[in-house]
Ligand binder design. Structure first.
Ligand code: ATP
Ligand code: MG
Length: 230
């Protein structure tokens, strides 16, 4: 084994590690700031965006064993056009807010948001945590610092309103989605969601203050039509 240099003994490893961590964090934040000013995707015409979207959606379908053609029609075209302007951070679109897609069962909400996220992740350093609403309580319980671990990272919560209204952690009760949304609203965090319910149902389920926060957290778009499941 190499003999230790005299000066090596004096190195305070923890201090060096902390300084390295701080510098890395500073670097990440600086990078993040640069990316904040950029669009999520390069400037693109609608027609090209639709092609890009269709391909990415078909990859996701294929990965889950569906060899289905992704259709762009009168039912989803305006939602896709919105997503196109949103991803380019066009004027008049609030890209600081996330997107919530509301619509009947099977209208293509989850696939649409997962495809948008796939495109965002391809073009930026942002990475989404994707959870079904029923998984939120468990994720809060399992996280190292509880709900606070989930306060900041970009998230997709699929199918809100399908979860158990109340969960228990070591005997104390909590409301997974309202608690999570309240915290993320405080931090202005980027959240995407899908939902089958209308405004009144959501108010009944979550209460007015949560739904009021949702209005501020999301650009809400609707997908009309019948189920696309075959
Ligand atoms: N644009 C589309 N073109 C063709 N098929 C589609 C399209 N969008 C969705 N589908 C089909 O519909 C299925 C359901 O889509 P998805 O899971 O996105 O619906 P959803 O609205 O989230 O449903 P739920 O309300 O049950 O959660 C997909 O697995 C796919 O087969
Ligand atoms: Mg869904």
């Amino acid at each position: 084994m190499a003999k230790k240099m005299k000066w090596e003994k004096k190195i305070d490893r923890t201090r060096v590690d902390n300084q390295l961590k701080e510098a890395q964090q500073e670097w990440r934040e600086a990078r993040q700031n640069i990316f904040e000013h950029r669009s999520f995707i390069p400037n693109i015409y609608y027609d090209d965006f639709f092609k890009l979207f269709k391909l990415n959606a078909e990859i996701l379908l294929f990965e889950r064993g569906e060899k289905t053609e992704y259709k762009i029609d009168d039912y989803n075209k305006s939602a896709l056009s919105f997503i196109c302007t949103y991803l380019q951070k066009c004027e008049g679109v609030d890209h600081k807010k996330g997107i919530m897609i509301v619509g009947d069962i099977g209208t293509g909400k989850t696939l649409m948001l997962k495809t948008a996220i796939k495109i965002i992740e391809k073009h930026t350093i942002k990475r989404f945590k994707q959870l079904h609403s029923k998984e939120v309580a468990e994720a809060i319980k399992e996280a190292e610092s509880g709900i606070r671990s989930l306060k900041k990272m970009p998230m997709l919560i699929d199918d809100i309103g399908k979860e158990q209204k109340e969960a228990k952690d070591y005997g104390s009760a909590f409301n997974p989605i309202p608690d999570l949304f309240a915290l993320r609203w405080d931090f202005g965090s980027w959240t995407f969601a899908t939902c089958n319910y209308n405004f009144d149902d959501l108010v009944n389920f979550y209460g007015r203050s949560t739904v009021d926060r949702m209005n501020q957290m999301f650009n809400i778009i609707t997908l009309k039509g019948e189920s696309r499941r075959k």
